[in-house]
Design a protein around this ligand. Sequence first.
Ligand code: NAG
Ligand code: NAG
Ligand code: NAG
Length: 493
Amino acid sequence: MKNNFKDIDHHHHQLYSSWSFSKLMAFFFLLICISYLFYSLRFVTHSYDCDSNHHESLHIPAIRQELPREKPPAPPGIEETNISHIVFGIGASAKLWKQRKEYIKLWWRAEEMRGVVWLEQKVRTEGSDESSLPPLRISKDTSNFKYRNPKGHRSAIRISRIVSETLRLGMKGVRWFVMGDDDTFFVAENLVKVLQKYDHNQFYYIGSSSESHLQNIYFSYNMAYGGGGFAISYPLAVALEKMQDGCIQRYPGLYGSDDRIQACMAELGVPLTKEKGFHQFDVYGNLFGLLAAHPLAPLVSLHHLDVVEPIFPNVSRVQALKRLNGPRKLDAAGLMQQSICYDKARSWTISVSWGYAVQIFRGIFSAREMEMPARTFLNWYKRADYTAYPFNTRPVSRNVCQKPFVYYLSNAAFHSPANQTATRYVRVHQNPPCKWKMDDPTQINLVEVYQKPDPHLWDKAPRRKCCRVRRTKKKGSMVIDVGECGENEVVEL
Ligand SMILES: *[C@@H]1O[C@H](CO)[C@@H](O)[C@H](O)[C@H]1NC(C)=O
Ligand SMILES: *[C@@H]1O[C@H](CO)[C@@H](O)[C@H](O)[C@H]1NC(C)=O
Ligand SMILES: *[C@@H]1O[C@H](CO)[C@@H](O)[C@H](O)[C@H]1NC(C)=O
């Protein structure tokens, strides 16, 4: 007890002694607030944010970052980051080029994007390649570098140096270098949106870790996994280029290209800024669970497309990804965003992953269950192990009656009279017979979802959209509206 009192006393003493410092900080904070007032009229109505007491003044950096719920316009003279400011560096190998280039063609737009595919040797080019792919280049020879990892391949050194080699091309007006593999699918609109949040004049290393907890232990939780793609701001790339070759020589025992980048980032003292929309996908099997309950973050990339099953059933991997381009063009920000609602009359739970799939469950599942990915996939060691992931997952129910009815995207269009996207989802698989005496979704073969595109979705604080089941007389269909939640609207029955 005595000790406890002593602790409290000590704490108070510290508080009082920092009082004058806090006053100074409060004054400083006031200055910042005033400049914000000039910045945006919006803040006049929120001026209570400025009435901070000395306690709040201790959180200046956090408040500065999080205050604008709607992003203020870029300051005059500084243009917002757009696709022209990004240069892609794609690591590829001649052996797999013929098949992998088809993935790049799915997202590459030669008219507006800049980038280079780096190969170790010349490859045969076919007719339409030139207009549908980035220019190809051969990496510099790296045989003088030491490589001592018994399991890996020394091409890791070549791929690691893509950042520096791309920088040395001397392209103008570059703000970000974005690395990816030949089997990475980028959603460029969302990549731009993510990078707009960061000041390209500072040192940033942005990406995401692996879905495999063990991979993150073997490599690092501080590493941006290369296949998921990562972004390096221009000045950081300049700093990296100066030291990278020396740095690579200091880590001959590392496995891959991305851990070599991370080792150099650690020497530069630059941490990983995690963005949840970059997906390495170190898993096997069916990504459905992960894509049907995507985190509330813009979908930036998909990787390991040859490893996992096609994301839509019964079509090839390339065809499946191509289907995503329909909803991407209509509303990239909304792609794979989940909303959860109930059909109250029939006691069903509905989960929409916009542009991808709709699920109908018999019975009522809570929002906290539905936002957890179902383990439709295996871990990187091909086991169904719930401790394998650095995030929560839920088991796939063994009860035939609890198996969801799954509807996959079949069609996406813009419905101009209402300014809405209209996406259609159809059932591909039959569900097993169930004896529960309740309404049965078997008769529903088609789900239509209407949603207004929201290009500013990610300029606001993240919040799941709400969905509502519309009354309809259409037989065999369900019609769902997705949109911003109303006041006091929560996912409850
Ligand atoms: C991107 O921004 C630059 C200014 O930095 C501007 O000149 C250019 O027109 C913009 N491009 C697009 C595609 O918006
Ligand atoms: C898969 O595709 C084939 C041919 O395209 C078709 O005959 C078959 O019915 C499809 N299977 C399902 C489950 O849709
Ligand atoms: C559709 O959107 C455009 C542009 O945002 C707007 O000008 C127009 O009034 C909208 N129409 C309807 C019917 O909401």
